[in-house]
Ligand binder design. Sequence first.
Ligand code: NAD
Length: 446
Amino acid sequence: MATKKKGGQQTAAKVAPAKGKLGVMVVGMGAVATTMISGVEAVRRGLAKPIGSLTQMGTIRLGKRTDNNSPLIKDFVPLANLKDLVFTGWDIFDDNVYEAASHAQVLKSETLKQLKPFLQKIKPMPAVFDSYYVKRLHGTNVKKGKNKLDLAEQLRADIRAFKKTVDRVVMIWCASTEIFMKPKAVHQSIEAFEKGLEKSDIAIAPSQIYAYAALMEGVPFVNGAPNLTVDIPALVELSKKNEAPICGKDFKTGQTLMKTVLAPAFKARMLGVHGWFSTNILGNRDGEVLDDPMSFKTKEESKLGSLEYIFQPEMYPDLYKDLYHKIRINYYPPRGDEKEAWDNIDIFGWLGYPMQLKVNFLCRDSILAAPVALDLVLFMDLAKRTPELKSIGIQEWLSFYLKSPQTAKGLYPEHDLFIQSMKLKNTLRHIMGADLITHLGLEYYD
Ligand SMILES: NC(=O)c1ccc[n+]([C@@H]2O[C@H](COP(=O)([O-])OP(=O)(O)OC[C@H]3O[C@@H](n4cnc5c(N)ncnc54)[C@H](O)[C@@H]3O)[C@@H](O)[C@H]2O)c1
């Protein structure tokens, strides 16, 4: 059990300390990955602040409001220190991280030049890739193997070699969105999945080969893309069996972040919604991949889910039964990573009178995604060191960061950002033996 220190501060009796180096194995060293890695190095050197990162800048209230006790999250739970992060990864292009970051054109060249000696040293290992699953890409830095099991073995060998140089490892998928796939028979058990690997079953995508390799090595796996990947019984089972945590999928960054803020507000005030039209233009490589209808379908499904779950139309038919939700993403090269999103929301109020809300978000995709990726890496490493979390498989408390939260079978996902934030912070309080905060607050009026 966690023990209580004087002054209400808690000690991490149950959670193992973050000793030594944390190895971060990144699948896909494109815009998001290189922005995260460059950003961590810039922060380590004191060149910039980790804006957008809850683990680095967020606080957590402990006890009553009158206790005035809100430490930084990183001082409350034993997270890996940024100085202990070591990066490696895979990509189908053999550009080092400096070259890849320059190509991605997210960070200014003067920033990248300051970090060049560090970034140049990180070179991607050959990837497991097949353009059947990502139609718009063709790279040469690719592994060859007699079947998918052999490719998984090669990835496991990469993981084991890296493990020799660090103390703990987390894997994060920052690679492209794969074609839309549904769970098949081969995904239903570990046994069926392994047979499928041997037969190079077409229903097993590269992202699932990486995830399998990570979980087999006891390494937590994060999925930043909307791919099916670990959302299948076989890999959920493997995650539990090998105490290698998994979470949901698809970084929640721009438009969906705003949706999961606005929709709970409408619902909380019982305002109805007739329609929600969301459109985006973006011109980075992600946009190019999403220009393929099969990859777009994967993204569309992930983006569509949030409103349906937040509004619960079956419970509030008068308000949300006829909601028309449409999402468009258009590849528009001049914009690069500087995505623009428009939302037109047709709402209605008292006696059914209609109103409209327009949201125009001029965002920077990878600037929003990088701190999300970093936080997920740090929290998944924490989960792996927490006895109560490491063997439960899905870390639902990390839904906060994801467009498609993953849940136990039969449970609907929580998309409301504020419920997700409360769930995350209460999980941290819980694992550290602190009192949960319910926001009831009657005690102030005794
Ligand atoms: N930026 C955001 O706001 C955001 C939000 C949610 C999800 N995502 C997802 O994150 C992922 C990364 O986005 P990005 O903008 O960095 O894309 P990107 O195209 O810049 O980078 C993806 C990289 O993955 C590589 N890759 C593709 N398949 C691979 C494989 N099998 N193995 C190894 N490498 C592979 C590509 O060569 C490329 O370098 C995408 O799937 C995107 O949909 C991004």
